[in-house]
Ligand binder design. Structure first.
Ligand code: TMP
Length: 228
């Protein structure tokens, strides 16, 4: 590479939103995107499973009612197949351009759902992550934390409102979601700098303000870079 290239090319920041189904993370992602838009900071929104064309096709396979009987190993590998494509084709290019990337779920979801929820080997999941994502880890992760009793109620409501075919997970048991939630709590304990727990049983605006507070340094730094 040319000697004139800066040693660390401008790299965007990677923010992910996590939590059990119905926690409100997608609403919060939209709120933060709106905030970045107002500040005229470039950003890209993506989701998992999904994001790239191939990954969206894999999403259909994973979340379709017809896949209810799929075994845990196949399911795990499909999540990582979708992620590998999303990382390579969507997330990395945007970060290389210096954009914020807001992603609805990432590897933490696999640790929480497939690891803690289904009981798959956490070390295997971490190795697959290294293989599929080539070491890409979020700069900041928000876990919107709510009691599964609340989220299951919200999810059932959503199912009756919209006739989506994505109801497979929402039929999981309360105990399953309690394990998933404990998984997210464990992640926050292990990586407190990256993984921030945000109490989710509050108004959309209050939760949004807490997220803005946690992200304030990243946003301020990007703002300064943009002005140079
Ligand atoms: P979503 O409703 O937030 O888009 O997520 C779809 C479902 O997929 C949700 O029930 C969580 C589940 N999921 C996993 O089990 N493992 C994963 O790695 C990801 C990304 C999602």
């Amino acid at each position: 590479s040319s000697p004139r290239m800066p040693p660390h090319p401008a790299r965007g920041r990677f923010l992910t939103f996590e939590g059990i189904d119905g926690c409100g993370k997608s609403t919060q992602l939209k709120q933060l995107a709106e905030h970045l838009k107002c500040l005229r900071l470039p950003f890209l929104v993506t989701r998992e499973p999904g994001g790239s064309e191939t990954s969206e096709r894999i999403r259909k396979v994973l979340l379709s009612r017809e896949s209810t009987g799929m075994g845990a190993p196949a399911e795990l590998l499909l999540y990582f197949a979708a992620r590998a494509e999303n990382v390579a084709r969507i997330i990395r290019p945007a970060l290389a351009q210096g954009h914020f990337v807001l992603c609805d779920r990432f590897t933490d979801a696999t640790i929480a759902y497939q690891g803690y929820g289904r009981g798959l080997d956490l070390r295997l999941i971490r190795r697959l992550h290294k293989f599929a994502c080539q070491g890409l880890t979020p700069d900041l992760t928000f876990v919107i934390d709510i009691d599964p009793h609340t989220s299951v109620r919200r999810a059932l409501q959503r199912n009756t409102e919209a006739s989506r075919d994505e109801s497979r997970f929402e039929q999981e048991s309360l105990e399953f979601y309690q394990r998933v939630r404990r998984g997210y709590h464990a992640l926050a304990r292990q990586e407190p700098r990256r993984v921030r727990m945000i109490p989710g049983e509050d108004t959309i605006e209050n939760v949004h303000q807490k997220i803005l507070f946690q992200a304030r340094r990243l946003i301020a730094a990007a703002h300064r870079r943009g002005k140079r």
